[in-house]
Design a protein around this ligand. Structure first.
Ligand code: NAG
Ligand code: NAG
Ligand code: NAG
Ligand code: NAG
Ligand code: NAG
Ligand code: NAG
Length: 285
C-alpha cells in the first residue's frame, strides 16, 4: 500500500536533480581549453551535470570546411545523444553555432532539447576583422568575394559563411554551406533538413553590439545587411518570411528566445559569469 508513494519519494529528488547532458562546440581558432571558465560555472550551478566539450577541429583545424566539421562533430555527439533518454542541450559558440545548425538539420533522430547559439554568425559574416586580416592579408571585405566564392575559397570554413551583400548572386551560387543550410539555395535535402531542425524545443540566440567580430553583430540573431549595408531584422529576412528552414515556425511556437547583451566582446561570451547567470543557466534544464 505504501510502496508506490515511497518509491516516488525515493526517486523524486533524483529526478529533480538530473540535468540533461550539455554538449559544447567551440569556434574558430579555439578548442576545449578555452572553455574552463564555462565548465566552472556549470559545475557551480549544476554540479554533477555531464558536460562534454568536443575536442575536434581545434585551432588551425577549425578552418576545415564546415560540412567536414559537421560530420566529425556529429559523429562525436551522436553517442552522447543516444545515452541521454531525455535529450541533451547544445551550447555552441561563434563558428560552432553554424556547425551545430548543420548537425541539427542533418541528423534526423537527434534529441537536442535546447540549442544555445552564443554569438554565432547565423546569417553569415561580412566585415574586416583581425581573423580575416590574418587569413587573407591582401584582401578587404569588399573584394574577399573574389577568393571566397571560388571552389578553392570554399575549402576554408570562413568562406562557407562569407555573405557579401553586394554579390548576392555569387553567394547563392557558390556558398556550399550557408546558402543550402539557410535554404537560400534550395536543394534535394531542404525539406528533410527543415523537419530535422524543427525537432528542437528552444532556440536561444545571444549576441550584442560590442562583440567586435561578428559583423553585423545582428547576424547572431538572424539579422543581416541588405544591399545598402543597412541591417534588417530576422523577421524581414526572405528565408524567415518564406519559413525556408523552419525559423518562422519556431518563432510562432514561442521557441525562439533572443538576447541582446551590451558590454561583451567576442572572446568573453563564455567567460562572463553575468552572461551565464542571466541568459544561459535557465535553459540548462
Ligand atoms: C566542482 O566544484 C567542486 C566544489 O567547488 C569542486 O570541488 C570540484 O573540483 C569541481 N569539479 C570540477 C570538475 O570542476
Ligand atoms: C558523460 O556522458 C558520456 C557520453 O554519454 C559518457 O561516456 C560519460 O561516461 C559520462 N560521464 C559521466 C561522468 O557520467
Ligand atoms: C549562377 O548560376 C546560374 C545557373 O548555373 C547562372 O545562370 C548564373 O549566371 C550564375 N550567376 C552568377 C553571378 O555566377
Ligand atoms: C541529401 O539527400 C541525399 C539524397 O536523399 C542523401 O543521399 C544525402 O545523404 C543527404 N545529405 C545529407 C547531408 O543529409
Ligand atoms: C538601396 O539604396 C538605393 C539608393 O538609395 C535605393 O534605391 C534602394 O531602394 C535601397 N535598397 C534597399 C533594399 O533599401
Ligand atoms: C559581462 O557581461 C555583462 C553583461 O551581462 C557586461 O555588462 C560586462 O561588461 C561583461 N564583462 C566582461 C569583462 O565581458
Amino acid at each position: 500500500m505504501f510502496r508506490g508513494p515511497l518509491l516516488l519519494m525515493l526517486l523524486a529528488p533524483w529526478l529533480v536533480a538530473a540535468y540533461k547532458p550539455i554538449i559544447v562546440v567551440h569556434g574558430l581558432f579555439d578548442g576545449p581549453s578555452n572553455f574552463k571558465d564555462l565548465l566552472g560555472f556549470i559545475n557551480q550551478t549544476h554540479p554533477g551535470t555531464n558536460v562534454t566539450v568536443i575536442d575536434l577541429f581545434d585551432h588551425q583545424k577549425s578552418l576545415k570546411p564546415l560540412w567536414e566539421q559537421v560530420k566529425g562533430f556529429g559523429e562525436a555527439i551522436y553517442p552522447i545523444m543516444q545515452n541521454a533518454a531525455d535529450g541533451v542541450h547544445l551550447l555552441c559558440y561563434s563558428q560552432g553555432g553554424l556547425i551545430c545548425r548543420g548537425i541539427l538539420e542533418t541528423i534526423p533522430d537527434h534529441n537536442v532539447d535546447t540549442f544555445i547559439s552564443l554569438s554565432s554568425p547565423q546569417m553569415g559574416q561580412y566585415g574586416d576583422t583581425d581573423y580575416l586580416r590574418y587569413l587573407f592579408p591582401h584582401y578587404m571585405k569588399s573584394n574577399l568575394y573574389r577568393i571566397c566564392y571560388t571552389q578553392l575559397g570554399q575549402d576554408f570554413s570562413i568562406c562557407n559563411y562569407w555573405n557579401d551583400p553586394h554579390h548576392r548572386d555569387l553567394y547563392l551560387n557558390s556558398s556550399t554551406y550557408l546558402a543550402p543550410l539557410n535554404a537560400e539555395r534550395r536543394c534535394l535535402n531542404t525539406t528533410d533538413w527543415r523537419k530535422n531542425f524543427l525537432r528542437i524545443q528552444k532556440l536561444v540566440l545571444i549576441g550584442g553590439p560590442d562583440d567586435g567580430v561578428i559583423t553585423p553583430w545582428q547576424s547572431s540573431q538572424f539579422g543581416f545587411y541588405d544591399e545598402n549595408e543597412s541591417v534588417t531584422a530576422m523577421e524581414e529576412q526572405k528565408v524567415y518570411l518564406q519559413d525556408a528552414f523552419g525559423l518562422k515556425t519556431l518563432k510562432a511556437r514561442g521557441s525562439v528566445i533572443t538576447y541582446t547583451v551590451n558590454g561583451v566582446s567576442h572572446t568573453m561570451w563564455h567567460c562572463n559569469f553575468t552572461v551565464y547567470q542571466n541568459y544561459i543557466v535557465k535553459w540548462l534544464t
